[in-house]
Write a protein that binds this ligand. Structure first.
Ligand code: ATP
Ligand code: MG
Length: 564
């Protein structure tokens, strides 16, 4: 039975916590990206989850950059991440950086050493890894495990002062080398890294590891519910261990809750893999319109509400699943159908001459900009004797099944007249170069008073030969030619790149499009949605194909229901 709002499992936990341990005004959430790449569609799920909870409970949501690894992180990523979140329509309360807490974390690490809960290990990383053991084999204590506190403090201080080379020492928590959870086997907290940080510059040459920095950052920011993906589940024990070892807590501890990642078919959602695509030049950049990054999807013409509706439909659960790419396309069409103005463009033109139309005549026809949204009004398009239509919309031989133009058959020219094809001309190779038609002067369509009621089965789009102009169109297809490119044991994911995923063509557009600018999205009637690319110039407007008009999601819907 529906009716009452259904709570997801995280909301249920929060509701319960509100009854037992938290006041409503204590609630605080965060989205914690590592600035080592651009955000992707998977992150939209985490972003939407946290910010929706913030909205629902009127609680702050922090944007926290988990910037503890200067080797991979940089400021370009920080800016890109902020831009993407704002574009999705979300606003964070505080912009935080784990690097702002380096001093505090260092101080707390000293506390651990003083309490004999951490020690300096002077073995190299291979040796430490060897002693870690396995799930079936207990670990081995490091020979440095019982190093005197004083000596630990001295070396740690020297590490901070840059007196020890990389790899010479690490600080490890002293937990349990026999723990069934490998993460609890004396995890490393700090390593020496002579690498300039994008914010702290050269202040630090020791850097905290994720597990040590994350929960403590949550605590400093008074986060109540720290939401992360399922792979962090085994980290929860360590997360809690660290929090319990902190000096007397002044406020409540954050709670880590894990949810399932969003996986999407025909793509990869891992920053490491996306970064590989960029570095190895498989794509033109993080914002290549085939990338599942927010910036790529934006450049492709996907509107923010489509991304959000998609991740909401995918839902919050504890079980991993893969959502079909075509569901995302469904939401893109749904959003653009309401907003995108209709225009005409011909991708693969052939000339058509209307023999009974007066040679020097030109007239303005009225075309509706968006039948789904009358407030977008009408525009005027010039019509004359010579026009261009799609080659595919003409077939020489008459056939009952072909509803477009063929010899002896009538179709309506969109926003214009009904025409009938009578003859054609071919070049030496046999390709059609011109189609000759006659038109019915009484059949004018449009929103004027002389609107014709006469109906024919087919309608085709066209552009005026004289007034159309050249555009460039980037046609895109799935970046990978298999549903799960990164789940094949024998082949690396880049081997599944769809070589035909990008094709550039020249096309013709109606004159109203000359003023189109970056980010504008149109429906090219009967073809699909197209977004003006950032590389457009005044002399050459470039359109990215966002998505076709046809919805092949509907037939997948049943499958999707089964999945959920
Ligand atoms: P990746 O594996 O792509 O590198 P990540 O987890 O390392 O992702 P972070 O920048 O650390 O990337 O992620 C920030 C937040 O987004 C984390 O809380 C993480 O759990 C969440 N997140 C990352 N990928 C997904 C996904 N596919 N679905 C849902 N949430 C995700
Ligand atoms: Mg991560």
């Amino acid at each position: 039975m529906k009716g009452k709002e259904q709570l997801n499992f995280i909301e249920q936990i929060i509701e319960n916590d509100l009854k037992n341990e938290h006041n409503k005004d204590e609630l605080c959430f965060r989205f914690p990206p590592e600035p080592n790449g651009f955000l992707h569609i998977g992150h939209v799920k985490a972003i939407s989850l946290n910010f929706s909870l913030g909205k629902k409970y009127n609680a702050p949501v922090n944007l926290r950059f988990d910037d503890t690894n200067p080797v991979k992180e940089n400021y370009e990523y920080v800016s890109a991440i902020k831009k993407d979140i704002l574009w999705l329509g979300y606003k964070w309360k505080n912009e935080c950086f784990a690097s702002d807490y380096f001093e505090k974390l260092y101080e707390w690490a000293l506390g651990l050493i003083k309490n004999s809960k951490a020690y300096i290990d002077s073995q190299d990383s291979n040796k430490i890894a060897q002693q870690k053991g396995t799930t079936t084999l207990a670990g081995t204590n490091s020979p440095y495990r019982n190093r005197p506190i004083k000596e630990n403090l001295k070396i740690f201080q020297e590490m901070k002062e840059g007196k020890h080379p990389e790899g010479s020492h690490v600080l490890r928590a002293k937990i349990d080398m026999n723990s069934p959870n490998l993460l609890m086997r004396d995890p490393v907290l700090y390593r020496v890294l002579f690498k300039e940080h994008h914010r702290t510059k050269k202040t630090w040459c020791i850097y905290p590891l994720y597990d040590w920095a994350h929960g403590e950052s949550d605590y400093i920011e008074k986060i109540t519910h720290s939401l992360c993906t399922l792979e962090f589940k085994p980290h929860r024990e360590l997360y809690n261990w660290f929090l319990n070892e902190l000096p007397a807590l002044k406020h409540k501890k954050p709670k880590q809750i894990e949810f399932a990642r969003l996986n999407m078919s025909f793509t990869v959602t891992s920053k490491r893999k996306l970064s590989e695509l960029v570095k190895e030049n498989h794509v033109s950049g993080w914002d290549d319109p085939r990338m599942p990054t927010i910036s790529g999807l934006r450049r492709r013409g996907y509107p923010p509400e489509a991304l959000i509706n998609f991740v909401k439909k995918a839902g919050i659960s504890k079980r991993e699943n893969t959502i079909d790419f075509s569901l995302l396309e469904f939401y893109v069409r749904e959003a653009l159908n309401k907003t995108a103005p209709r225009v005409m463009a011909v991708l693969n033109p052939v000339k058509l001459i209307i023999t009974n139309y007066p040679t020097n005549k030109e007239e303005y026809l009225e075309a509706e900009n968006n039948p789904e949204n009358k407030s977008q009004g009408i525009r005027k398009i010039r019509f004359s004797k010579s026009i261009l239509i799609e080659k595919e919309d003409f077939q020489e031989a008459f056939s009952e099944k072909f509803f477009r133009l063929s010899i002896g058959k009538e179709v309506r020219l969109k926003n214009a007249y009904i025409i009938k094809a009578n003859s054609l001309k071919k070049d030496k190779s046999g390709s059609i170069t011109e189609i000759y038609c006659s038109y019915d002067p009484q059949s004018k369509s449009g929103s004027g008073t002389v609107q014709s009621k006469r109906k024919v089965k087919g309608t085709i789009h066209w552009v005026s030969e004289k007034y159309c102009f050249d555009i460039e169109v980037n046609l895109y297809d799935r970046l990978f030619n298999t549903e799960a490119p990164d789940r094949n044991k024998d082949r690396v994911f880049t081997q599944f790149i769809n070589k035909e995923s990008f094709v550039k063509i020249n096309a013709k557009a109606e004159e109203s499009l000359v003023s189109a600018k970056e980010g504008d999205i149109f429906q090219f009637q009967r073809i699909g949605y197209f977004a003006v690319d950032k590389e457009s110039r005044k002399e050459k407007i470039i359109f990215n194909k966002t998505v076709g008009l046809r919805d092949n999601w509907t037939k997948k819907k049943k499958e999707f229901k089964k999945l959920r």
